[in-house]
Design a protein around this ligand. Structure first.
Ligand SMILES: C[S@@+](CC[C@H](N)C(=O)[O-])C[C@H]1O[C@@H](n2cnc3c(N)ncnc32)[C@H](O)[C@@H]1O
Length: 200
């Protein structure tokens, strides 16, 4: 793909490469093509766009500022020793193709990989924790696929290569009383005296 983008640039054409979602989110060739074009002396830039994660925030009504937000590619999440915070929202990309680099049929799900993810989430969040399988609508006239399901039931969920998993935080993390006093915050964790803020 990088070659397909750069060859016409090298031959003197003005080139626009279009990727779905945000061109720089979970996309290798876009970043690489811009990097190589610049190294070769061409003017190149990436324009931002709406990613699946942006759709998730809107469709599920989730504000990442509320609990904070961790976002990982699912295979890398499992294969590396990640330290995650169950008090913070977790977004997992590519949950339908865990451990599978072939992606022959985007409509199916790699159950062995999903099963490994269920084991890990059962430990970090518990088997009964409710998560959401999410697929943003691909066409303006369609609705998103939003499927709440317990971690233990994920194998029965409708998961494809286009699914993203949203794992809500378990509960608010414990407060650091010393730090709250030091920062002069009130019980709602806002500067003492600011009346209008929403308590967490
Ligand atoms: C290679 S990444 C591409 C991401 C894309 N560049 C973006 O900005 O959304 C593919 C992964 O993005 C997520 N994804 C793509 N389309 C989606 C959709 N319609 N709804 C939810 N997640 C989607 C899934 O996690 C999928 O496995």
């Amino acid at each position: 793909m990088v070659k397909a983008i750069l060859d016409p640039v090298r031959s003197g054409l003005r080139v626009c490469a279009v990727f779905y979602g945000h061109p720089g989110v979970f996309v290798y060739p876009s970043h690489r093509a811009v990097e190589m074009a610049r190294k070769e002396g061409f003017r190149a830039w990436m324009a931002p766009a709406v990613s699946a994660e942006d759709c998730l925030f809107a469709d599920l009504g989730v504000d990442p500022a509320r609990s904070g937000c961790q976002s990982y590619e699912a295979t890398s999440f499992l294969a590396r020793q990640r330290i995650i915070d169950p008090h913070t929202a977790l977004i997992l990309w590519q949950v339908g193709v865990i451990g599978d680099s072939s992606v022959r049929d985007p409509g199916t799900c790699n159950k062995a990989g999903l099963s490994a993810l269920m084991d890990v989430l059962s430990q970090t969040h518990g088997p009964h924790h409710q998560v959401v399988v999410f697929r943003a609508a691909q066409w303006p006239i369609c609705r998103p696929h939003i499927e709440p399901v317990a971690v233990a039931d994920l194998l029965q969920a409708d998961i494809t290569a286009l699914s993203t998993l949203y794992v809500p935080p378990k509960e608010n993390p414990p407060r650091d009383r010393q730090m709250i006093d030091r920062l002069g915050l009130d019980d709602g964790l806002h500067p003492a005296g600011s009346a209008s803020e929403r308590p967490q």
